[in-house]
Write a protein that binds this ligand. Structure first.
Ligand code: THG
Length: 261
């Protein structure tokens, strides 16, 4: 499992305030806490906190790197914001994200090669989020083919089928499970699959339970990464246990601790 910590996102009030005031304390704390909780990448998204998103992205990258060397996932739909982050990053990172349009992939895939970065590519194109399984698979195939054309290894490719809130369209999860199973078969070795897990429970009451159950079901279908609240211990324990039940780790009575060691 490859957990990506979701918390450094301007969508959250504490982070929004920290970015606006350029106050490093909360950002340092969230970097350290998420790393301790098992995050393999830290997603960073400046959100709407700053008028100058390029400047805010640079500040976030440098602020985190002062104290923490966990790889970053530069989360922005804007190419100039991603590029600004790439220029500041030391070591390996992830670009989050690129849409499945060939002309977009022709820009982002060479960028990944140049920086040895991983790429999250979305099952959405200029026409919007794929609403059914077939369209998701078509977009995923475009991504897999383009990545192979540019020689970006499957280990650096994360395909995101895109999760919509359960209260928006209840038929989506089943289509996502189906898409995940099939995308894993599109290349050998398989591309990673990642999702923005917390999308599923937005504006619902049972957020933690819905997130946790969705994550276990995704894992059962072959999803091996997710942008999640790594500080939610029950969520992480459920994910580790799903990996155990799928024989991806060896059982011992202290398997939960062992997984995060
Ligand atoms: N795919 C990819 N990247 C993504 C997403 C995705 N990045 C952003 C997002 N989606 C994943 N991250 C989050 C982070 C927080 C929430 C949801 C997804 C969230 N936030 C609270 C809310 O909206 O209710 C914030 C409220 C608060 O202030 O506490 O749910 O899909 N590739």
């Amino acid at each position: 499992m490859i957990p990506i910590g979701e918390r450094i996102n301007g969508m959250f009030t504490d982070v929004k305030k920290a970015i606006a005031a350029k106050d490093p304390a909360a950002i340092h704390q969230l970097s350290e806490d998420q790393t301790k909780a098992g995050a393999k990448y830290l997603d960073i998204n400046v959100g709407t906190a700053a008028s100058d998103q390029v400047d805010a992205m640079k500040w976030l990258v440098n602020t985190i790197q002062e104290k923490c060397d966990t790889p970053l996932a530069l989360d922005s739909q804007k190419l100039d914001v991603v590029k600004a982050g790439l220029e500041e990053v030391k070591g390996h990172c992830m670009i989050n994200s690129c849409q499945a349009d060939p002309e977009k992939l022709d820009i982002y895939l060479p960028l990944c090669k140049e920086y040895n970065a991983a790429l999250v590519a979305l099952c959405m194109d200029k026409d919007g989020v794929s609403q059914d399984t077939a369209k998701r698979l078509e977009n995923a195939m475009t991504i897999v083919e383009k990545a192979s054309e540019y020689g970006v290894p499957s280990d650096h490719l994360y395909i995101d089928p895109i999760i919509l809130p359960i209260n928006v369209d209840q038929r989506q999860p089943q289509m996502i499970f189906e898409a995940v199973s099939q995308i894993r078969m599109m290349a050998d070795p398989a591309p990673h699959i990642t999702v923005g897990l917390s999308n599923i429970s937005q504006s619902t009451r049972e957020r933690h339970l819905i997130n946790r159950t969705m994550l276990v079901m995704l894992a059962a279908h072959g999803c091996d990464s997710a942008i999640v609240d790594v500080l939610d211990n029950d969520l992480m324990d459920a994910w580790i246990t799903a990996d155990l039940l799928m024989d991806k780790m060896i059982y011992s009575d202290s398997y939960l601790k062992a997984a995060l060691a």
